[in-house]
Design a protein around this ligand. Structure first.
Ligand code: KIV
Length: 309
């Protein structure tokens, strides 16, 4: 296994080229600097600062409480870690539903303050006008349809979308509306494989699936699911590592080492000059208490001839 050296940042044009060449696109969430750096060096071309951070990092029950400030805070950290990857930042609940003017204000803030490459927002036809205005203003937008977590309360839970003919037709129309409005890619979340395949064939931009089967132009996963850090495992996720277990084992060993005085060892500690130590030891407790008294005693002691002189 090798890490890809840092190259020029991936752009939305590169992603479209990958789609045309039939090269599957990998997207992964990242919410902090070290994860972004590792993913970037692993050659992941798109890092999503997803509002899923509300659940997997901040411990909320849903993505609804996440704010624009939260997204900017985490987006900045990810951009600092990503040398090559394209960074897309989610627009959180309430930051674009109030009309395209509000969406433009918030998207502009996210782009300017994080330095990210694009933003993502949820919704198909209902969000198309907003997408069009952002794209016209020069902001690349990724769409997101199917199960859109910000509307989980309206869906009545995290369930697969588009299973009935009516829902399926709506999803196809949603995807087309986003592509026509200028979205450069579309996330398909919890969509039956055959429907995701049809949508991928019918739109001219990359589709990025999560729980949408193997026929999308690319795949996205939540990094905590991939690494086995977050409790529970969605059916569509595969654990490529058990970092949660490994982390907890390391913490247990650390606690045991502290409790048995096995940590830190001499090699893990720092030492000071013996002469300086003697000076401090020779000070009275009252001189230690009073800064000006301590200064005077130290001056006298430093002026006195030392044993080696
Ligand atoms: O917030 C997120 O992590 C997402 C992915 C599930 C696509 O939107």
């Amino acid at each position: 296994m090798s890490a890809t050296p840092t190259k020029k940042p991936v752009t939305v044009v590169d992603l479209q080229r990958m789609r045309e060449q039939g090269k599957p696109i990998t997207m992964l969430t990242a919410y902090d600097y070290p994860t972004a750096k590792l993913a970037d060096q692993a050659g992941i071309p798109i890092l999503l600062v997803g509002d899923s951070l509300g659940m997997v990092v901040l411990g909320y029950d849903s993505t609804v409480p996440v704010t624009v400030d939260d997204m900017i805070h985490h987006g900045k950290a990810v951009v600092r870690g990503a040398g090559h990857a394209h960074v897309v930042v989610d627009m959180p609940f309430g930051s674009y539903q109030g009309g395209w003017q509000e969406a433009l204000r918030n998207a502009t803030r996210i782009m300017q303050e994080t330095g990210c490459g694009s933003v993502k927002l949820e919704g198909g036809e209902r969000s198309a006008e907003t997408v069009r205005h952002l794209v016209e203003a020069g902001i690349p937008v990724m769409g997101h349809i199917g199960l859109t977590p910000q509307s989980v309360n309206a869906f009545g839970g995290f369930r697969v979308q588009g299973k009935t003919p009516r829902e399926a037709v709506h999803l196809i129309q949603d995807a087309k509306a986003l592509a026509e409005a200028g979205a450069y890619a579309i996330v398909l979340e919890l969509v039956p494989t055959a429907l995701a395949h049809m949508i991928t064939q019918r739109v001219s931009v990359p589709t990025i699936g999560i729980g949408a089967g193997p026929f999308c132009s690319g795949q996205v996963q939540v990094v905590h699911d991939l690494l086995g850090i977050y409790e529970g495992q969605p059916k569509h996720a595969r654990r490529f590592a058990e970092i949660g277990q490994a982390t907890q084992q390391a913490m247990i060993e650390y606690r045991e080492a502290v409790e048995t005085a096995a940590f830190p060892t001499a090699a893990e500690s720092f030492y000071m000059d013996e002469h300086a130590l003697e000076l401090i030891r020779s000070m009275t407790p009252s001189a230690e208490q009073d800064m000006s008294e301590a200064e005077r005693v130290l001056r006298d002691l430093e002026d006195a001839p030392t044993r080696s002189e």
